[in-house]
Design a protein around this ligand. Structure first.
Ligand SMILES: [Zn+2]
Length: 308
């Protein structure tokens, strides 16, 4: 092997290692829900967590009574999965086998994992529910969508037992539970209307660009089931974050975050979009007149093909 060629390979390997293993990945920053590593300090723990303090589209949020409730048009195609369960020090999480999908607004996301919070993270008109389930999905490009299921005290729920009966008491590596399957479709309420907004992960690094679908109808767990989870995690929830300029989305305008131009059920051009297109064309015509007179060339169309 010639020396320049060998050097090229060494450099390529070195570069791929740098890309694959970000600095600090082997030494994760310790965070929690209490004291000086609690939610109000996450953003200062490391520059990688800066979004926790500086982000303007953070989760969870309070869902006001005026937020539009979208019809149950999410398409869940969840298959049973072997239970690979982990106590990760922040929650109990079940890693899901590939092949279960959520279709929303023309985008298809794969279910990656679900986990529980010992009090709800989202509030509805200021009110908490007893727990909250997060089903975390990714699409092929890596965009994240989270479906939140609010949980309140009530009847015993056998669908959650496969998880609750196999929770590792101590933080550690994932365990596969032999002979038991998880079925995420049975963790959902029968009625699946939802609130939709753009937010973030609710744990560090608080990454934004997450499409949130908060199901409006809660499911029930018994007092004993809630107590079983809370014996491990009774306050692993982040306080609600400011909405800033965000609004809750109606289903006719539901492009998932970061997915421009995705159509889908209910996403056909409505009166609002036609009006916007008309205004855009008018702006082009007026701009072209001005630009032509000022600079002798037509105006750019840039910015006029953005979705509303
Ligand atoms: Zn969560």
């Amino acid at each position: 092997m010639s020396k320049p060629f060998r050097n090229t390979i060494v450099l390529a390997l070195l570069f791929s290692c740098l890309v694959a293993v970000p600095v600090g990945a082997s030494d994760p920053v310790h965070w929690g829900y209490d004291g000086d590593i609690g939610p109000e300090h996450w953003g200062a723990l490391t520059p990688e967590f800066a979004a926790c303090a500086e982000g303007r589209e953070q989760s969870p949020v309070n869902i006001p009574a005026t937020a539009p409730v979208n019809p149950p048009e999410l398409r869940f195609d969840y298959r049973p999965s072997a239970i690979n369960i982990v106590n990760n020090g922040h929650s109990i999480q079940v890693n899901y086998e590939p092949g279960s999908t959520l279709e929303a607004g023309g985008a298809v996301y794969e279910l990656v994992q679900f986990h529980l919070h010992g009090l709800s993270e989202h509030t509805l008109n200021g009110a908490y529910t007893d727990m909250e389930l997060h089903l975390v999905h990714k699409d092929a490009a890596g965009h994240i969508a989270v479906v939140a299921v609010m949980i309140e005290g009530g009847a015993h729920n056998p669908s959650y037992e496969a998880v609750l009966a196999n929770m590792p008491a101590e933080e550690g590596d994932p365990l596969t539970v032999p002979g038991t399957m998880a079925n995420a479709s049975q963790l959902l309420p029968a009625e699946q209307s939802y609130y939709r907004y753009n937010g973030s992960l609710t744990t560090p690094p608080c990454t934004e660009g997450v499409a949130w679908f908060v199901l409006a109808t809660p499911v029930e767990l018994s007092t004993a089931q809630i107590a079983a989870f809370r014996s491990l995690y009774d306050h692993n929830y982040r306080p609600v974050q400011p909405l800033y300029e965000r609004t809750f989305l109606r289903s006719a305008s539901l492009p998932p975050t970061g997915l421009p131009g995705t159509g889908g059920p209910g996403a056909a051009a409505g009166p609002g979009i036609l009006l916007a297109m008309g205004l855009c064309l008018l702006a082009i015509a007026l701009g072209a007149t001005r630009q032509t007179s000022e600079r002798g060339r037509p105006a750019s169309r840039r910015g006029c093909d953005r979705r509303q």
